[in-house]
Design a protein around this ligand. Structure first.
Ligand code: SF4
Ligand code: SF4
Length: 350
């Protein structure tokens, strides 16, 4: 009885979150050259989040705006994916996910539209087939584009604007020159937002030189080019977001919204960001150091409510380190940060 009452109170007191990111699978049909899924393939644990586990989370999303079904894998491979979207939509949540675009068949697109999915993000690493396919191996640029054109057509036919199409462009030294084509491309397929990200998790040291923040000689060139695209995007009513291109060692900000968001990994572990997900068990390269990737979980939704996990003292203390209104000195905050945050390109502004 007492447990039942506590659970009801936990539902009412669900944390106020901008979004919760849920890793619905770690399976993937892609083999992108930079992705831990590819680079750790010999010991990668492929699994889907069972719907029963997903359902344990839902009652505690009462005060969460957006549920983003995304982790280290291709979400559409989970057979329960549509059911997960439906459950969240029934609860009045906004729902989104990012996909490599290969499985967007006509039936899938129609189902996603009928479910009133809010956001679909498409991962790109170039605006030509040659560049994109070389980096995002296992995916096919032309096929992805034909799927997006089909999405546009069906949206017109059904007289709907959902889901909003977002482009997620991984910016590397070798594909930066193609970014200038992203705007005409976005217009052609009806994308409303472009998010350009950096290579912030470098598992293979050979990729260090691909991260544009390491190309410090050309930082101004990158900055000017990105500013210019953002300006042009603004004129077209398209949101263009990017981070960097330089690094700030003294920063105490984190590019992830750890203060008002969290990630639930495929096993149900509640972690502050995708980089602290325990499914990543390997080494990464930060500057000239090879460091172990250590997971950081504050609890598991199998055995505890999200409310209780969010309110734990150790989790609150961790979030306080990234409180935008803190009055503590940066050096004091940095000295209390876990190693994974101190040695993290996202903390440095990437
Ligand atoms: S599609 Fe996504 S999860 Fe799959 S290999 Fe590429 S980056 Fe990794
Ligand atoms: S600083 Fe890096 S490791 Fe720490 S919470 Fe932010 S993204 Fe995650």
């Amino acid at each position: 009885m007492f447990e039942w009452v506590k659970r009801q109170l936990d539902k009412i007191g669900s944390p106020n979150l901008d979004w919760v990111q849920v890793e619905v699978t770690t399976y993937c049909n892609g083999a992108c050259v930079y992705c831990p899924h590819t680079l750790m393939r010999h010991r990668w644990a492929n699994r889907h989040m069972p719907i029963e586990l997903f359902c344990k989370l839902v009652p505690f999303l009462r005060n969460t705006d957006l549920v983003y079904l995304q982790g280290w894998g291709e979400p559409l491979l989970n057979n329960d994916f549509f059911e997960m979207v439906r459950i969240c939509k029934d609860q009045g949540k906004r729902v989104g996910f990012t996909t490599n675009g290969m499985l967007l068949t006509e039936d899938t697109i129609r189902t996603l539209i009928d479910l009133q999915l809010d956001i679909i993000g498409i991962s790109l690493a170039g605006t030509t087939a040659k560049t994109h396919n070389q980096i995002r191996k296992g995916t096919d640029f032309n096929k992805v584009i034909s799927h997006l054109e089909r999405l546009c057509k069906i949206q017109i036919e059904k007289k709907t604007r959902v889901p909003a199409l977002h482009l997620a462009y991984l910016m590397l030294k070798s594909n930066f020159h193609e970014l200038k084509e992203i705007l005409p491309f976005a217009k052609r397929i009806g994308a409303k937002q472009i998010v350009v990200s950096n290579l912030t998790l470098i598992v293979d040291p050979k990729l260090l030189e691909e991260a544009i923040f390491n190309d410090t000689v050309h930082t101004d060139y990158y900055r000017n080019a990105l500013d210019e695209i953002r300006h042009r995007a603004g004129c077209e009513n398209i949101i263009f977001e990017y981070h960097g291109p330089g690094l700030d060692d003294a920063s105490i900000c984190c590019r992830e919204n750890v203060h008002r968001a969290c990630v639930i990994n495929v096993e149900g572990e509640v972690v502050p960001c995708v980089l602290t997900n325990p499914v990543l068990s390997s080494y990464y390269t930060f500057k000239d150091q090879s460091l172990p990737l250590r997971g950081m979980s504050f609890g598991n939704i199998r055995s505890e409510s999200l409310t209780r996990i969010w309110n734990k003292k150790e989790y609150a203390r961790f979030r306080d380190l990234f409180d935008p209104e803190t009055r503590r000195k940066p050096e004091q905050i940095r000295s209390q940060m876990p190693q994974c945050c101190v040695k993290c390109y996202k903390r440095l502004g990437a």
